[in-house]
Design a protein around this ligand. Structure first.
Ligand code: SF4
Length: 698
């Protein structure tokens, strides 16, 4: 039988940050099927629908299989060979840099490529091509958690292991629809034998809220006020771990003062939750022996998101719920390698969590990579939103987009689409030539996908897992790693990257860069060691023994600020950037709609199985009361209008949303046209979770 496998290998899934292990069944070295890995420490023998269908997107006839070039803005993309494509890449971008300065070319990358590829991109662009501004789509996803952890703990350090889902007695999920967004993590909750209280704080009655023991449907974006209110009750009742606070934290006295005015009555008025219910929640946090706090996009994608994430961190610190099994202030990551990007993309920090401005850090990078100091920029570049603003102002004239689809995913999408047309040269490097973004490109570089190349991903619990080549990329498509090698050669900076010969050679260099950092992985010998152990969590310094493969941070109560203490951060609550009013009376919420689709459906939309599990056309959740008042019937077409755009969707009448709110799943390309481009001041993460809209029968 052509499809009967003759071997099996194990590797990590390439969709979400859960980082499940998958057994790939091979016939003559090529993947012919997969099953979840029963021995991998993450996923306990399970996979979600996306994981089961992970091979299907590779087979699509929309794959980019050869470079495509447009000879002028009005002409069609035409197939060219790699030599022509690379000459165009170099000559066009160099011409832009010569005319408008080196900083006029920027890149937008992704949390979807391997760590070694991210590091190569960040190094090639910044050290080799003189690019200063580059960012990733992780800005839309995890930037808030990064900013919050850095300020609070002194390093970007999610403290948990998935085992904590099983060991808590009180699990507090904030802005996280774990059941469908991270379904395997939810399975870990279901294995908890402590009869845990499962508390969901979310405006929407999500699948997770329905399964919870307690649901607090707070008013959209009243979360910061709500958590200051919980802190107020804990302080007022003396429900604190005073010993922990005194020994291991600072700035708590200021925090006490800050939350004084957040009385239950005030918070009730702002959040819509009765004062006695707020008290009940504080009481449960106090009574829990091992309380874990988990948040994701409902918190991260807000206009005051960093302070909100820190208001959750503060609750864990003041009650001493950190560093022990079943505790933690835990940010759940989104993309399969958002964590790799956080440490090694060379954007928000110098490779390995270092500082561009620190002479010692620069010297270390120079020594390991064998590069001169003068090629390293002296500061981080602009974040995603400022790069987009730069296109509008004319300071950014060339853009290189790698493995992301901003024409679908970016906020206030219509503006971005228009701005792409103003660029002098746009390159899209992607596995498909048909994405909403690739069709605007002047040059498309065909990339191999997950499953067609080697490298590592880092998951939410800091586990470094291995991805392998188990299929051939179509046509002339190359791994992102090999595309970067070619670019280095054609750009004329190949000499700087002579050590960058293979993903594993790069892994060895990255490993050395982590020496003495909180994320030290110098004890990981090679890919084989990762493979054998089911991935390894950072830190794993040289000499450490791998006795327990489910490890958490801060068990010694030592944080990463120079004095070893964690900091309480807090700030005045800001008004809503776009409150509902007579013209736009509804609050628009967005989020994940299904476990069967991934983000923009760019890959998962190519699977017939996954397509069949989810509606093809955009739908909107509307409360029955609102539908009745507006004369909207179920399954009829409605118009949603914001100050930026107007779209149509099918009405799904359901009490998942409260009156005055509507919910749109992010998987449909029209949705982000509606959203206002507002950002958190510390993380620059977009505020996807709250915009004002009007609603009519279509
Ligand atoms: Fe696991 Fe996420 Fe892959 Fe699903 S998409 S199999 S939850 S890693």
């Amino acid at each position: 039988d052509k499809k009967t496998p003759d071997a099996t290998t194990s590797m990590v899934c390439g969709f979400c940050a859960t980082g499940c292990g998958l057994n790939i069944h091979l016939k003559e070295g090529e993947a012919v099927g997969l099953t979840p890995d029963t021995r991998y420490p993450v996923n306990i023998g399970m996979a979600c629908p996306k994981g089961w269908e992970a091979l299907a997107p590779l087979q699509s006839n929309e794959r980019a299989s050869q470079p495509l070039l447009r000879s002028s803005r009005d002409s069609q993309l035409e197939a060219v060979d790699w030599d022509t494509a690379m000459k165009a890449f170099s000559s066009k971008f160099k011409a832009v840099q010569e005319k408008h300065g080196k900083e006029s070319v920027a890149f937008i990358s992704t949390g979807q490529i391997c760590t070694e590829e991210m590091a190569f991109l960040g190094s090639l662009s910044k050290f080799g091509m003189g690019i200063k501004h580059g960012d990733g789509n992780t800005r839309q996803c995890m930037a808030t958690a990064v900013a919050a952890y850095k300020q609070s703990f002194g390093f970007d350090s999610p403290p948990y292991t998935y085992q904590d889902f099983e060991e808590s007695d009180t699990i507090v999920l904030i802005g996280s629809n774990l059941c469908i967004a991270h379904p395997i993590m939810w399975q870990r909750v279901m294995r908890n034998k402590n009869q845990p209280k499962i508390i969901v704080i979310d405006p929407r009655k999500t699948e997770t809220a329905v399964a919870a023991t307690h649901h607090y449907p707070i008013a959209p974006k009243s979360d910061l006020t709500f958590f200051y209110g919980i802190a107020h009750i804990l302080i007022a009742n003396g429900w604190l771990d005073n010993d922990f606070i005194a020994k291991h934290t600072e700035q708590f006295d200021g925090f006490i003062e800050h939350v004084k005015t957040f009385t239950p009555e005030f918070v009730s008025q702002k959040s819509g939750i009765p004062a006695e219910d707020i008290y009940e929640l504080a009481c449960m946090i106090h009574e829990g022996k091992n309380v874990s706090f988990w948040w994701t996009m409902g918190v991260n994608q807000g206009y005051e998101a960093t302070r909100t994430a820190q208001s959750i961190i503060n609750l864990a610190l003041m009650t001493g719920n950190i560093g022990r099994p079943g505790t933690g202030a835990n940010s759940i990551t989104g993309q399969c390698n958002a964590m790799g990007s956080r440490l090694f993309s060379n954007t928000t920090n110098l490779l390995g969590g270092h500082d561009f401005a620190n002479p010692e850090h620069r010297a270390k990078v120079c020594e390991v990579l064998e590069i001169p100091d003068e090629v390293i920029p002296d500061a981080i570049g602009m974040p995603y939103n400022q790069i987009i603003d730069g296109i509008e102002s004319g300071s950014i004239r060339g853009l290189w987009i790698i493995a992301t689809n901003p024409v679908h995913s970016w906020i206030n999408q219509g503006r971005l689409k228009k701005l792409l047309g103003q660029l002098d040269f746009l390159v899209v490097q992607d596995m498909y030539s048909t994405t909403e973004t690739a069709v605007h490109a002047d040059l498309v570089l065909p990339a191999a996908a997950w499953g067609e190349k080697d490298g590592t991903f880092i998951n939410s619990e800091r586990r470094i897992g291995l991805a392998k080549k188990v299929a051939k990329a179509p046509g002339q498509a190359l791994s992102d790693f090999n595309i970067f090698r070619l670019i280095a050669q054609y750009w004329g900076c190949g000499e700087l990257f002579k050590k960058w010969t293979s993903p594993e050679a790069v892994f060895q260099m990255l490993k050395m860069l982590t020496n003495n950092q909180p994320c030290d992985i110098t004890g990981i010998e090679d890919y084989q060691m990762l493979d054998k152990n089911g991935g390894i969590q950072w830190p794993h310094p040289a000499g450490a023994e791998l006795v327990d493969n489910q490890r958490r941070l801060f068990s010694d109560n030592q944080f990463y600020h120079p004095n070893g203490k964690a900091k309480f951060h807090y700030e005045a609550v800001k008004p809503l950037p776009e409150p509902s009013d007579n013209a736009f009376p509804f609050t628009l919420l967005t989020g994940r709609g299904t476990s069967a689709q991934w983000h923009t459906q760019t890959r998962t939309g190519k699977s017939k199985v996954l397509q069949a599990l989810y509606p093809k056309h955009c739908y909107v959740e509307i409360n029955p009361k609102d539908a009745h008042e507006l004369g909207i019937e179920s399954n009829s077409m409605v118009t949603l209008k914001s100050r930026r755009a107007s779209i149509e969707a099918t009405a799904f009448i359901t009490p998942t949303v409260s009156p005055g709110q509507v919910f749109l799943p992010m998987h449909y390309s029209e949705v982000n046209q509606l959203i206002q481009d507002v950002f958190d001041p510390y993380s620059s993460q977009p505020n996807y979770k709250h915009s004002a809209v009007a609603l009519f029968p279509a």
